[in-house]
Design a protein around this ligand. Structure first.
Ligand code: UTP
Length: 293
């Protein structure tokens, strides 16, 4: 039987340069989609997959993420006085249970692989999830819950969320060399970070959900810099292939790259359309603007 995934790592130490100037003083993970910051969607997704411990790898200027998951006594007392029970309940939903959250600093943004390595001591010797909050997924069953269920069925191992991307976009992603397929699981034979379309082994891209065995930390420890002069998680995973079981899972749902301006706008529209209290207004607004511009 596979060991349960109890811990999730949220790397939030990136610079978010694609979203400047919005991200000059505010972490991109705090950008709201409709009315919730990206990082809260990520934490809720983790909770729904049974995660019990939440590890944030942060950087300079990210302290408002800590505040977001903490209590806000002033706000609570004002809402109490005004009998705003609904809003109070929403505030409480964003507060983490005592002792379940840890923050560790990545002093320099050296890449995603380095950010994950920073969580090594907090994760210890057990499988763990990694969630990139800027990859937001609209799905009936949250993506990480789909992955933990599929991994349990497969008997453990490393599992990455994958999706097909247009051939012209392979240079934006880690791309895999697919092996045997079983339902929505794809055996991973190779991984390459951001290949040009002509050199890409497929159009199956890894997106920001991973379940990893702790062995990856040993590789990351000695990992040299790769694409973009950053310590790449994909390169470390590539070195592990052939040792442990490695699967890609084609998840059900729509993924939005919220680190990108268009992806972020699309996410806002899709999530608003997905809400009954907003759907009609948004539809009317879109058709009006589409007519007028
Ligand atoms: P991105 O590739 O989106 O980089 O990181 P970025 O710096 O956040 O944004 P751009 O490209 O400059 O606009 C993917 C994920 O890895 C985290 C980011 O926070 C994001 O969730 N990351 C990246 C780190 O935690 N540390 C790093 O050194 C790099």
């Amino acid at each position: 039987m596979s060991q349960k995934v109890r811990k999730a790592v949220f790397p939030v130490g990136g610079l978010g340069t694609r979203f400047l100037p919005a991200t000059k003083a505010m972490p991109k993970e705090m950008l709201p989609v409709v009315d919730k910051p990206l990082i809260q969607y990520a934490v809720e997704e983790a909770r729904e997959a049974g995660i019990e411990e939440f590890i944030f790898v942060t950087g300079r200027g990210k302290t408002i993420i800590e505040d977001h998951f903490d209590r806000s006594y002033e706000l609570e007392s004002v809402l109490n006085e005004r009998s705003k029970e609904g809003l109070l309940a929403e505030l409480h939903a964003s507060v983490a249970d005592a002792g379940t959250v840890a923050y560790i600093r990545q002093q320099e943004a050296l890449g995603l692989g380095h950010a994950v390595w920073c969580a090594k001591r907090l994760v210890g010797n057990e499988p763990f999830a990694v969630i990139l909050a800027d990859d937001l997924i609209l799905a009936d069953t949250p993506c990480l819950a789909q992955m933990t269920a599929a991994r349990e069925k497969a008997g453990g191992g490393n599992m990455l969320a994958v999706m097909e991307v247009p051939n012209a976009h392979t240079s934006r992603y880690g791309i895999l060399s697919p092996g045997k397929e079983d339902g929505n699981l794809v055996e991973i034979l190779g991984l390459v970070e951001k290949p040009e379309p002509a050199k890409a082994p497929s159009n199956l891209a890894v997106i920001g959900r991973y379940i990893l065995e702790p062995k990856v930390f040993d590789i990351l420890e000695n990992q040299s810099r790769g694409a973009g002069n950053e310590i790449q998680l994909t390169d470390a995973l590539s070195s592990l292939l052939g040792h442990d079981p490695f699967f890609g899972m084609k998840f059900d749902g729509t993924r939005f790259d919220c680190g990108d301006k268009i992806g972020f706008l699309e996410a806002n529209i899709a999530f608003a359309l997905n809400r009954e209290d907003m759907r009609d207004d948004v539809k009317n607004f879109i058709s009006k603007f589409a007519r007028d511009f």
